[in-house]
Ligand binder design. Structure first.
Ligand code: SAM
Ligand code: SF4
Length: 338
């Protein structure tokens, strides 16, 4: 089967899959407190997710990231990881990984490691228990820290993802960095995106802490060396000379990564988003359910990839960001999986 290539000659080798829109947290930048979740019947079953992912892998996807919502709250999720790990066994899949809030890791870290998962991303914005409860609404910090410790003990490499929030975790820049150094976790900061609709963009824009400012503050204490590695995603990395740590910066609102974009996103209802910043999507659930043979599904995937845009639509400039909300995305990160 020939590799999926988009109209701009980019090979599509990375698929992010949201396996549920549900979550045991209600992070303020991600969800409203009273979320209405999708009816269960709309969700792809684990068998359907297996069939879809397997089709993508046959078409050249080599890296699969499982996300949500919170992927580890989906019932039976280990069965799905087990199913995907067979593609690690054949070598078709180079990496199977997940992004999690860490709340279920004491239970899942070991079985995940046993299935061949090597690295995971854990989202953690603060090390202060009160602030953690405030930002996640329903989360408890000790549970997550225990989960991270369990992951490390199981031999998983943990990358911490922290959303940079002005007036919230600015004062923890160095304590978070030090904590990651002490525990040998990589650390990536994410610029807050104008997604969701609960708080209104004004509030979100008030929280906007540009990563160039964060980086400048980091440089006051550390010597930063830019790393040239390209992941095909919106992350740029630096090395801190003093600690040897790798620090990442994800700036989803800039266009500087679109030309090397190698990824697409699948929602838990089978919608394929070709670009995080655009509304265009293809429904794969209908062709999946229409026929037990995969030919129609493959055709639908190829047709979707042929529509992958050159770049995204977050069209406001940094300077004017507070005054313009034209780039507001109405869907939630928990839907497309971040
Ligand atoms: N529940 C898992 C977690 O929190 O890691 C996986 C899903 S979550 C939607 C994936 C990532 O999206 C998390 O790192 C989260 O911090 C990030 N995220 C959610 N809403 C965001 C926003 N408005 N701006 C930037 N990042 C956001
Ligand atoms: Fe849940 Fe992750 Fe969204 Fe927080 S960021 S509400 S943990 S899906």
């Amino acid at each position: 089967m020939t590799q999926l290539i988009d109209p701009f000659a980019r090979a599509i080798s990375y698929l992010r899959v949201s396996v549920t829109d549900r979550c045991d947290f209600r992070c303020t930048y991600c969800m409203s407190e009273n979320m209405t979740f999708l009816p269960k019947a709309d969700l792809l079953s684990l068998e359907e997710l297996d069939r879809l992912c397997t089709t993508f892998i046959r078409m050249g996807v080599q890296k699969l990231r499982i996300t949500g919502g919170e992927p580890l709250v989906r019932k039976g999720i280990l069965t799905f990881f087990e199913a995907m790990s067979r593609h690690l066994g054949t070598g078709a899949l180079k990496e199977l990984t997940l992004t999690t809030n860490g709340s279920q890791l004491t239970k899942f870290a070991e079985p995940l490691a046993a299935l061949g998962i090597k690295r995971i991303n854990v989202s953690l914005d603060t090390l202060d228990p009160a602030k953690f409860a405030q930002i996640t609404r329903w989360g408890r910090l000790p549970q997550v820290l225990d989960g991270i410790a369990a992951a490390k003990a199981a031999g998983l490499r943990v990358k911490i993802n922290a959303v940079a929030l002005k007036g919230f975790n600015e004062d923890e820049l160095f304590s978070l960095t030090d904590w990651c150094a002490a525990n040998d976790h990589d650390l990536t900061f994410i610029e807050v995106m104008p997604m969701g609709d609960d708080m209104g963009s004004a509030t979100r824009l008030d929280q906007y802490w540009p990563l160039k400012d964060l980086r400048a503050r980091l440089a006051e204490r550390f010597a930063l060396t830019d790393l040239t590695e390209q992941t095909g995603g919106p992350a740029r990395y630096v090395r801190l000379a003093e600690t040897g740590q790798k620090i990442g910066f994800i700036t989803p609102l800039t266009h500087n990564f679109c030309e090397s974009c190698n990824r697409v996103r699948l929602t838990c209802t089978g919608e394929l988003y070709m670009c995080l910043g655009q509304e265009d999507m293809a429904d794969l659930r209908a062709p999946l359910r229409a026929n037990p043979e995969d030919a129609g599904l493959e055709q639908a995937i190829r047709a979707a990839i042929a529509r992958k845009p050159k770049g995204h639509d977050f069209d406001y400039s940094r300077q004017k960001v507070a005054g313009k909300i034209g780039g507001q995305m109405t869907r939630h990160m928990s839907h497309t999986g971040g």
